[in-house]
Design a protein around this ligand. Sequence first.
Ligand code: ZN
Ligand code: ZN
Ligand code: ZN
Length: 142
Amino acid sequence: MSDLENVTLKLEARGYRVTPSRRAVIAAVLQRENHFTVDDLVSGCRGAGRATVFRTIRLLTELGVVCRVLLEDGSLHYRVSERGHHHHLVCTECGSVQDLDRCLIADLVRELSQSTGYEIDGHWLELYGHCAACSGRVEVTV
Ligand SMILES: [Zn+2]
Ligand SMILES: [Zn+2]
Ligand SMILES: [Zn+2]
């Protein structure tokens, strides 16, 4: 689990200055237990403008402190996660998001790269549906 000091040190090690308003944004991010949008943070974080919040979130994403979650309605959310590259199960009923442990399509990406000659740098894959609780199934452990 990241704490504020840890993240601050990581950013400084990469040559970023951690201003008081950036620090406030990072603290607000680390307190979030669920996924959130940039706007959620702007309203919950006094003293930091939208541009600062946006830039800080982008840094945290690059640093691997938060991951990006694309909801089914097209809105981009963020979530504290240090898993590195991974995908999500997204419940369209209750909005809960579950991190998947690994990339599900690494082999496919490799094959595509070979067959098309593309150097593939990234991809998105989110899976939408109803979680066990919402679909009325008994709780399953993943
Ligand atoms: Zn659900
Ligand atoms: Zn995630
Ligand atoms: Zn992947």
